[in-house]
Design a binder for this molecule. Structure first.
Ligand code: CTP
Length: 404
């Protein structure tokens, strides 16, 4: 949800300001771009250097950069317009009152009044201050202005007292933001299951039969589904790229049998399942538990067929589930892909044809989307990330709008 989002983080003078460092790290980990504005007193609790290092951006706390050798004017309007969302964490009782009154006596307040984006406020203070009618009045007033208040938690406070008022933990703040950002997205509330990458079929403890799949297409699909609001589970074969977002639940597997077991366990709960993995069709009939020694005689390895995971899911699928397969074809692509669509009982098949720009490991792809009812749709060569977005738009989003 936060990937690529521009987050303006305002930090005010509370002991909880030290948690802003963890918050910045989490936001960056989720793929957000972060800029930090401090109130002057926040600098007594957390250093600009710490936050600048973690956010990879300069930290500001005054309109005129007196401490900046270039003496620049820090334009609050630019910060306010830059942000996709503003987060004030921790927000002290004093800052809450200024946010209500509009008392614009520091750069953070200037940014808040200039921001056109949603503003999230995470209060932090001692329990009596938090419960005071003035604070409660300010919080409810801020909500009425259209801001989001991230409720304070309960527990041990800096004063030594126990109660409500401590800032929500950085993980809770990030989850709160993600939940809010999901609202209104087309796949919110839907579960999407994807598999990706190759499978390795063990011959002996050191050798395997595998293929060159990188998992890039499946991982791009997982990221695209997440960005549309879905809850995403990814079953990933060995040696694959991994998703950037920590919100995608990843299960690592090696062999086709392990992939089958992992996918089957999750399939019932999935609204949409996309099988993008390059699953080995065969595996060695016997696993040799010691390394096979070299001899001058020819070596024969007997292979037996692996289960067809997609066909198994196609046979089991309910009418409220969407099942999408991939087809890798080197000749008669459209014809062969359509045969697979019917044979495996999928709703859609995405046809891939390996070439220098579209094959295993490439960052680009061009595909056809086939549903057996309408003319196939061609998606011309572009990055796998863009292709993934198109596939989800064309297939899942359209289908979901009318069916599940
Ligand atoms: N697939 C699967 N289980 C297998 C093999 C393939 O679930 N044992 C899935 C793939 O993930 C893909 C689809 O079936 O979604 C088609 O895979 P592809 O390799 O194109 O076709 P195969 O069915 O393996 O047939 P062939 O290799 O003969 O083209």
């Amino acid at each position: 949800m936060l990937s690529g989002k521009k987050v303006l983080l305002g930090v005010t003078g509370s002991i909880a300001a030290y948690k802003a460092s963890f918050l910045v790290r989490l936001l960056i980990k989720q793929g957000a771009e972060v800029r930090v504005i401090l109130t002057p007193s926040a600098r007594s609790f957390v250093t600009p250097l710490t936050l600048a290092t973690l956010s990879k951006n300069p930290v500001q706390w005054e309109y005129f950069g007196e401490n900046d050798p270039e003496g620049k004017w820090n334009n609050h309007v630019d910060f306010g317009l830059w942000a996709d969302l503003m987060l004030i964490a921790p927000a002290t009782a004093k800052t809450l009152s200024k946010l209500v009154s509009g008392n614009c006596d520091n750069l953070l307040m200037g940014c808040y009044l200039s921001a056109k984006c949603p503003v999230y406020i995470a209060p932090a203070m001692d329990l009596d201050m938090y419960q005071h009618p003035s604070t409660q009045h300010n919080l409810s007033q801020l909500k009425q202005f259209g801001n989001f208040v991230i409720p304070a938690g309960s527990g041990e406070l800096a004063s030594g007292l126990e109660g409500e008022g401590r800032m929500a933990e950085p993980e809770e703040i990030v989850s709160f933001l993600e939940e809010q950002l999901k609202q209104g997205l087309p796949l919110t509330g839907k579960k999407v299951l994807i598999n990706a990458g190759p499978t390795y079929e063990a011959i002996d403890p050191v050798r395997f039969i595998g293929n060159h799949s990188s998992g890039k297409m499946g991982v791009a699909l997982a990221e695209a589904a997440l960005n549309l609001g879905a809850e995403v589970e990814l079953v990933l074969g060995p040696n694959s790229v991994v998703p950037k977002s920590a919100s995608i639940k990843v299960s690592h597997v090696q062999s086709a049998l392990q992939m089958q077991e992992s996918v089957a366990a999750k399939f019932d709960n999935a609204d949409v399942t996309i099988l993008a993995a390059a699953i080995a069709d065969y595996r060695p009939a016997d696993f040799v538990d010691q390394k096979i020694k070299k001899t001058s005689a020819p070596l024969e390895i007997k292979l037996i067929e692996n289960p067809d995971i997609l066909a198994g899911l196609g046979a089991a699928k309910r009418s409220d589930q969407v099942l999408v397969g991939f087809a890798l074809e080197t000749q008669n692509g459209l014809e062969n892909a359509e045969k697979k669509l019917h044979k495996k009982n999928c709703d859609f098949i995405v046809l891939n044809s390996p070439s220098a720009n579209t094959g295993f490991g490439a960052n680009t792809n061009s595909v056809w989307i086939i549903d057996g009812k309408n003319e196939p749709i061609e998606i011309k060569l572009k990055s796998k990330i863009e292709v993934a977005k198109d596939i989800l738009q064309h297939i899942v989003y359209k289908r979901i709008a009318g069916s599940i």
